[in-house]
Design a protein around this ligand. Structure first.
Ligand code: HEC
Ligand code: HEC
Ligand code: HEC
Ligand code: HEC
Ligand code: HEC
Ligand code: HEC
Ligand code: HEC
Length: 266
């Protein structure tokens, strides 16, 4: 097996054990590393042009996709962007297509981990989406065949939030009093959907989660439990904080929105 992949400024040569040697070195010297993709034994690269013969829709849509930008290619067959994820396709083509003759990465994140090594680590943290067990998949949240891989990336935040609300209907509201955090940054203002060390995949387990945006709310004042309090929010908040979080019982429990109270109380 020998395969040449190219993206941005990095050229990576792979081949049997040599790849692992390279891997150790490249972890330190380049941003990203590639390990050999899951593949059908004995299959060779055929190139994306061949895929287009039978999957013309997918190939057409792929032109604008995030993963089409990296120009994976093989010296003999040219562009191999499709096979970067699906593995060499010759066995599939010889079989006239069909299931079982080519990798379908739907259920296993291994295909993605070969290039996104850091994600394996994130999905091994104590609190994650159940991707390793196959209950949730990378493609539930990411488009691999067309458009931005991160849905709503850049252009439309609403899209990205909608991806979450598809499954988490409870957080959708509508609420009489919405939380500006969701309007401004979406769900990832407070959660990392890949995983964190904190319960509910929160970015922080304490008031820091909120203070990033609400520092001024706390005003200037005494420093209690590490948080500057007093001022607008009063010393009472400082003492409450030493017992719990901003979203503890009877405080701002309605972090996603509230129907009863503009201060997001339950
Ligand atoms: C000769 C026609 C043909 C060519 C060429 C072809 N395919 Fe397919 N492919 C098919 C057919 C037919 C199916 C089954 C269709 C279905 O189940 O919807 C299929 C299914 C697939 C599947 C799903 C397999 C599964 O187990 O679920 C993938 C992935 C796939 N093709 C990728 C590719 C890629 C990548 C290429 C180029 C390397 C390619 N195909 C080239 C005809 C072809
Ligand atoms: C970044 C990884 C990646 C790339 C690049 C990629 N695919 Fe896929 N492909 C996937 C994943 C993941 C699935 C399973 C998605 C699903 O079932 O929703 C899939 C499923 C498929 C399927 C079967 C399901 C379907 O949608 O019919 C076909 C056919 C397919 N891909 C063809 C292609 C072709 C052709 C290309 C190149 C234009 C390509 N793929 C590029 C990851 C990729
Ligand atoms: C062959 C290598 C390769 C494979 C396999 C691969 N990716 Fe990627 N992917 C990349 C590269 C390179 C980038 C661009 C990274 C960057 O800009 O930092 C990227 C970008 C992304 C991004 C967008 C990053 C951004 O900032 O917009 C997402 C999301 C993503 N990949 C998801 C996936 C998923 C899901 C799979 C598996 C179905 C997958 N990738 C498989 C190489 C790969
Ligand atoms: C529950 C939804 C969800 C799942 C499942 C998910 N992601 Fe993501 N991913 C996101 C969101 C949302 C972002 C954008 C994060 C941001 O903008 O802060 C993102 C960003 C990314 C990025 C670009 C930024 C970064 O963190 O490097 C990559 C690459 C990526 N995801 C890869 C993957 C891979 C690979 C998988 C599967 C192993 C996966 N994701 C599963 C929601 C998800
Ligand atoms: C495909 C469906 C799906 C999508 C899309 C999805 N999730 Fe999830 N989410 C789940 C499942 C399944 C669980 C695990 C529930 C469990 O373990 O009981 C979960 C768990 C969670 C939890 C922890 C819940 C708890 O009670 O511990 C949070 C927080 C979360 N998701 C946020 C998000 C965010 C933010 C997004 C969008 C970036 C998102 N989810 C997208 C299915 C999804
Ligand atoms: C301002 C921060 C913040 C934002 C933004 C946010 N969350 Fe949360 N989320 C939290 C906190 C804090 C908890 C933990 C609540 C608890 O433990 O009582 C939580 C809990 C959850 C849970 C677990 C069930 C529950 O309600 O306790 C899910 C699911 C969830 N969030 C999904 C989402 C989704 C989907 C979005 C985007 C629409 C989102 N969150 C936006 C802070 C936030
Ligand atoms: C991404 C930034 C961001 C984060 C993180 C954030 N918020 Fe907010 N929050 C806002 C915005 C924006 C508003 C609307 C402010 C306005 O309209 O004046 C708001 C409004 C509120 C309000 C309504 C009262 C007021 O001050 O207007 C409360 C209460 C609140 N947030 C609590 C929290 C709590 C508790 C957390 C942590 C779980 C949190 N926020 C995290 C951005 C954020």
């Amino acid at each position: 097996m020998s395969l040449k992949m190219r993206w941005s400024k990095t050229t990576v040569m792979l081949g049997g054990l040599a790849a692992w040697g390279f891997l150790l070195v490249s972890c330190i010297t380049v941003d990203r590393t590639v390990v050999a993709p899951p593949k059908i034994a004995g299959a060779q690269y055929v190139g994306s042009k061949t895929c287009a013969q039978c999957h013309s829709d997918t190939v057409d849509h792929f032109a604008g996709a995030t993963h089409s930008k990296f120009a994976f290619s093989d010296p003999k067959v040219g562009d191999t962007s499709c096979e970067a994820c699906h593995g060499p396709g010759s066995a599939h083509v010889e079989a006239g297509g069909g299931a079982g003759s080519i990798i379908n990465p739907r259920k296993s994140p291994e295909t993605c981990f070969q290039c996104h090594l850091d994600k394996r680590g994130q999905f091994s943290l104590p609190h994650t989406h159940p991707v390793m067990s196959g209950k949730v998949t990378c493609v539930d949240c990411h488009d691999v065949h067309q458009g931005e891989a991160v849905r709503g990336g850049g252009a439309s935040l609403a899209n990205s939030t909608e991806t979450c609300l598809k499954c988490h209907t409870q957080q959708a509201g509508p609420y009489v009093y919405e939380h500006g955090a969701i309007r401004e940054e979406g769900c990832t203002a407070c959660h990392n959907p890949h995983g964190t060390v904190n319960d509910k995949m929160l970015l922080a387990r304490d008031a820091n989660l909120c203070l990033r945006c609400h520092l001024s709310t706390m005003g200037a004042g005494v420093n209690i439990g590490g948080y500057r309090s007093g001022g607008a929010h009063g010393n009472a908040v400082g003492s409450r904080l030493s017992e719990g979080t901003c979203w503890s019982a009877a405080c701002h429990e309605g972090v996603h929105g509230s129907n009863v109270n503009a201060s997001l109380r339950p």
